[in-house]
Design a protein around this ligand. Sequence first.
Ligand code: XIL
Length: 344
Amino acid sequence: MLLLCALGSACRARASPGPTVPPQVAPGATSGRQLKLGAAVQRARLVDARDPAYASTFAETFDSLTPELELKLEHLLPRPGAYDWAAADDLVAYAGAHRKEMRGHTLVWHRALPAWMLSRSWTREELLAFLKGHVAAVVGRYRGRIAEWDVVNEAFNDDGTWRKSLWYDVLGPGYVEAAFRFAREADPGAKLYYNDYGAEWMNAKSDAILALATRLRKAGVLDGVGLQAHFNAGWYTSGPDLAANMARFAAAGLEVEITELDVAMSSRHGSAEEKLRDQARIYGGIAAACQAQPACKQLTVWGVSDRYTWLTPSDVPLLFDAAYAPKPAYAAIRAAIPAPRPTP
Ligand code: XIL
């Protein structure tokens, strides 16, 4: 089995080579509904307006906003007991003023924990009380203004077993349900999601997520599953593979979303033109599969333009180039997903 390590820390087994066949969906075939298109943003770029093209491209193109950093624990709570709400408040205010929906990302994750949390010891009672207080504080503060939350992020290993983390080690697997219950209590109107990578096709990880999500949906505390979709030119899920996987989540009564889509191209040999074309084909397959599945509510890309990416600049993974010109990938997305309504 081929291992690819192009996306930072995790090497992932390529279980399902993306075939070159297009998805079995004609572009715009189900274009009766408005699928929302979102992007991850950073406050410093959007609100400080040091880069006006970043702000205008985001405002004109996207329906919803995911803070890339600002709601993560290390950013909100750098010191014990002292929440720093400033950056997150700015983004929530921006979203309100510009009529963008918000995805809250993320309440519980094994990464982005402040150093002080990792350097002290926790009893079960202490960490459960902290979790309850944290979820109540964050979700409660933005009640009614953040439409949906990634309550728990990346709790499983690729083989479907629980990932070791501070949360798991101290609280056991019950931390997941506890976090969802606390979030439901804090904002009963928000949609609550479990979010992960490497679960875009049928495999041991997506099996485990489906079982967890089905149970928590029946318990009334979870609404959907986010599929991150951090792909590269040699490692991605084809439209049909994604469609088949989403169909089983839909059949279990769950919503799904593509939550962090990007397609890194540095590993692909060929001319710049070939790379752009290939990237557009991959983006188009994902967008068409989401558009064709009524349970797929939204597609979010992990950044606005290739000028800024969490990957390396040569990955050029996003929909707009570094000069903010729309790339073929953007045209492919728009061929599958109707353009947003003009904002009055
Ligand atoms: C990443 C951000 O993009 C980086 O800027 C940050 O340094 C680390 O986190 N999966 C997730 C996201 O759920 O929160 C991660 O975001 C990317 C992988």
